[in-house]
Design a protein around this ligand. Structure first.
Ligand code: KIV
Length: 291
């Protein structure tokens, strides 16, 4: 079997230059990572959306560094040939550069991530620069930054006002200047994302940011409707309805157990007839047949 060449940050930049879109998908465990790799995803993001779609929180805020380390390790075991980015969760940065460096190092050493992602703009440029100097590739994240959901007043489209749009353009430039290799832009108008993509030389990866980005990222559970309850989002295209498939399959299993339709003979392990005789004589008490 030929091994796929994992992507590098240099190749991602070349993809932008040649106009080849970059596909990014989140994954949180061994099977989701394995399937994403087998399907040919360019980059796997172990996002702190983990909190919403796997851990059952309302926001990403309760997600801890330990959570991301644990899940990134599982992803790395499942996708050995894919470039993996792991999220720095809420307040695991912004508390001093030494703290940021230590936390990012854990994602790479213990989690086996190739890069880290952090939310923020010009305000975290010095932290991004320090990570890059230490050899840690950084992906920025601007626009809707879910870790600031309470400050932003909800999950709504960003950069609609002139001043906000200008700030996002400045943020993207500051992140590029600080040495990040790519930026995620979430929930902004298509025109703004397109403008930012053309203003910077590093790949801009969109989610709910329209068609003008250099790549797209979506959440595993969103594209597969693998959540319960499932909430449709305008910017998500769903490719399968796993939630319904799984719920129906489990329902059939429960019904089979209740009706004793499962297990059948083919699911059971028969004992050698001689052994049956030794144990039970000629009685059919153990389900054995009379010789
Ligand atoms: O946490 C996450 O999955 C993300 C993506 C939505 C970009 O940040």
């Amino acid at each position: 079997m030929t091994m796929k060449q994992p992507l590098t940050i240099t190749k991602m930049k070349k993809m932008k230059q040649s106009g080849e879109p970059i596909s990014v998908l989140t994954a949180y465990d061994f099977p989701s990572a394995k399937l994403a790799e087998e399907a040919g995803v360019d980059v796997i993001l172990v996002g702190d959306s983990l909190g919403n779609v796997v851990l059952g929180y309302d926001t990403t805020i309760p997600v801890t560094l330990d959570d991301i380390v644990y899940h990134t390790r599982a992803v790395a075991r499942g996708a050995k040939e894919t470039f993996i980015v792991a999220d720095l969760p809420f307040m695991t940065y912004r508390l001093g550069i030494e703290n940021t460096l230590r936390n990012a190092a854990r994602l790479m050493q213990e989690g086996r991530a190739h890069a880290v992602k952090m939310e923020g703009g010009a305000d975290i440029a010095d932290e991004i620069a320090a990570l890059v100097r230490a050899g840690i590739p950084v992906m920025g994240h601007i626009g809707l930054t879910p870790q600031s959901v309470h400050q932003l007043g909800g999950y709504r489209v960003q950069g609609k006002l002139d001043q906000d749009a200008r700030q996002l353009i400045e943020d993207a430039k500051a992140i590029e200047q600080a040495g990040a290799f790519a930026i995620v832009i979430e929930l902004v108008t298509e025109q703004l994302a397109e403008k930012i993509a053309s203003d910077i030389s590093i790949p801009l990866i969109g989610i709910g940011a329209g068609r003008g980005c250099d790549g797209q990222v979506l959440v595993y559970h969103d594209i597969l409707q693998y959540a319960s309850p499932y909430r449709a989002k305008r910017f998500v295209k769903t490719y399968a309805d796993l939630g319904t498939v799984i719920r129906n399959a489990i329902g059939s299993y429960v019904a089979d157990v209740k009706s004793r339709t499962f297990p059948q003979e083919e699911h059971s392990f028969p004992m050698d007839q001689e052994m049956v005789k030794q144990l039970y004589g000629n009685s059919s008490a153990a389900g054995g047949t009379e010789a």
